[in-house]
Ligand binder design. Sequence first.
Ligand code: PLP
Length: 396
Amino acid sequence: MELLKQLQQQLHTLEDHQLIRKRRTVDTPCGPRLNVGGRELLAFCTNDYLGLANHRKIKLALQEGAAIYGVGSGAAPLISGHSRAHAMLEERLAQFVGAHLEQPRALSFCTGYMANLAVITGLTAGDKDAEIFSEQLNHASLIDGVRLSRVKAYVYPHADLQALEELLKASKAATKVVVTDSVFSMDGNLAPLPQLLALCEQYNAWLVVDDAHGFGTLGENGHGALEHFNLRSPYLVYMGTLGKAAGVSGAFVAAHETVIETLIHKARPYIFTTAKPPALAHALLTSLDLLEGEEGRTRRAHLKVLVAQLDDGLRLERWQRLPSQTAIQPILIGDNGVTMRAGAALYEQGFWVGAIRPPTVAAGTSRLRVTLSAAHSGMEVAKLITAINALERDFK
Ligand SMILES: *Cc1c(COP(=O)(O)O)cnc(C)c1O
């Protein structure tokens, strides 16, 4: 069949460029030690930054949630899918990040991907002349949100405040939306949020902050990037995900209540999908308590120690550490093939580290992406450091 042949050809081309992707089937719960095909691996590749994905209390809460609310929500939120559990979660989330917003309200989503589509399309839905200013290294879901919005969009170079200001100054749009990751997911560095917010306030633009990697990990109380930078503004539209540090699944948008009301009316990725299982919302209440409490504080402190340990321990000459103070610790190699072989060599030795290639990162910047978790011990991180140092020294 001709159509299948076309697809096969395309897959062969990917193979030629070392861009074929393979999934590995994991037989154990998410954690620092994963079992794959009967082998135990030390995992430095998950986004479970605080080690909550298999937490006893959250698992019990999920069971309890299923007992109270059943399994499925049965409908979209605007029909009958918005349960008491969702309402309580949204109230709790608004309180969680509310110190940084004005008249805060939160809206819960099935995934961060959908939340990002919703925010960007929702904010621009009422103005076909709206303009979007999108950071170069933004996550794919933000890029897709921009595409789906079908309004004029500019991509500004990574962290280039001057370029952004020139674009904002030149814009005649009544609706301006600046969109950025807070922690860049493949680099681990932070966006200059205070300066971005100042520009947005000056030029009357929304600042959409995707805090997928900051929520739960940044700030004294784990409230995320806005707490870390101590920001507060009605211009802020905050997106946090609940499947990374929070250890469960889903996402939310928090902003001024008028923004949230707008999303409820205009954001199709909110309106036209079945609400997530209420048991997940119920489990997330426990997760948020853990994040905000003593346990969260202890886990964030331990994570910080591990980041410093990696920082001290890695001695690289040809490969390049990217400057990151977060749990995301990339090692830039460049070439796809070399990166894949380095990842495979580590895997052989029992370390699972993400090997990241285009299109996830720009061509020529393939890298190992080490992610640390509070569930790791210092001993486990020490083993990884020894393995990477030796690998780089001997790698051809
Ligand atoms: C993971 C991620 C998302 C998507 O969140 P999901 O809940 O996994 O769909 C969005 N933005 C960034 C920066 C992410 O890393």
